[in-house]
Write a protein that binds this ligand. Structure first.
Ligand SMILES: Nc1ncnc2c1ncn2[C@@H]1O[C@H](COP(=O)(O)OP(=O)(O)OP(=O)(O)O)[C@@H](O)[C@H]1O
Ligand SMILES: C[C@H](N)[C@H](N)CCCCCC(=O)O
Ligand SMILES: [Mg+2]
Length: 239
């Protein structure tokens, strides 16, 4: 039913660098001459562009990496305004997020390219509604997973719980990435070593802190230089 070519970028939590990694992987796939597409099942949080458009920072980062301008094509079926748990934001507007709608939007987009990079939202099991979550979506589309571990205290447990959730669903894990966050954790190298010894999937690299000149502005997309910086530090698994 699906081409099954691409990656699902999962995170140990929200705000761990999934967007940075998604953008970086898109650049690497484009370098190989692939026609790449991007997708996000739901976004929560918008900003107003200078032209007055309501945009989302993750979708605009994906668009920048893909070489697309703002707006078309739509890379996400649900754009919610409040930066909070999507099912709750939707509920507060009288909307129910539906897995079927997400799958339909995904299937239209993924047919348009050679491969697709799907960024999850929050951690792996973020709810869509009271019955369905993003793990169900990942299970249906069956893309190999890349786990982004946000390097902060507690990430070992979060990484291992995420790995268990992938295993339970028989999902292939193409690899994992250690992403240093805006404040560098204590014993960073030792934490990465512990993760390497415990995660049963290829280690694809570690992204250092972004240099100050290219760090992400609050509530705005990453710049292309930040995505290129991250891309230099990670390896692309074969498709
Ligand atoms: N390597 C890094 N160096 C410095 N700051 C970073 C790095 N990676 C991520 N950050 C910061 O961490 C924050 C979260 O990153 P990002 O938006 O990529 O996370 P996410 O996992 O995509 O979050 P969400 O669940 O909202 O999609 C951003 O403000 C970003 O600037
Ligand atoms: C709005 C935020 N940046 C993310 N896109 C969504 C985070 C959902 C978290 C849900 C939860 O696990 O509590
Ligand atoms: Mg993101």
């Amino acid at each position: 039913m699906y081409k099954n070519t691409g990656f699902f970028i999962a995170g140990t939590d929200t705000e761990v660098g999934k967007t940075l990694v998604s953008g970086a992987l898109i650049l690497k796939l484009r370098e190989q001459g692939k026609k790449v597409l991007g997708f996000k099942p739901v976004v929560a949080g918008t900003y107003q562009s200078d032209e007055g458009q309501l945009l989302n920072e993750d979708l605009e980062t994906l668009r920048l990496a893909l070489g697309l301008t703002a707006g078309q094509p739509s890379l996400c079926p649900y754009v919610l305004d409040m930066p909070a748990a999507p099912h709750l934001v939707a509920e507060s507007k009288g909307i129910r997020l539906e897995l079927n709608t997400v799958i339909q939007a995904y299937s239209e987009i993924q047919q348009q390219g050679d491969c697709i990079v799907v960024e999850g939202a929050g951690g792996f099991l973020t709810p869509l509604n009271n019955q369905e979550n993003l793990g169900d979506f990942a299970n249906q589309i069956q893309l190999p997973i890349i786990l982004v571990v946000g390097m902060k205290l507690g990430c070992i447990n979060h990484a291992l719980l995420s790995m268990e959730a992938f295993k339970t669903r028989n999902l292939k894990v193409a690899g994992w990435i250690a992403n240093t966050l805006s404040s560098e954790m204590q014993l960073l190298a030792e934490n990465i070593e512990t993760l390497r010894s415990k995660i049963d999937a290829p280690f694809l690299g570690s992204i250092p802190q972004l240099p100050p000149a290219i760090k992400k502005p609050d509530n705005r997309p990453y710049c292309i230089e930040a995505l290129a910086f991250a891309a230099q530090h990670i390896r692309l698994p074969s498709l």
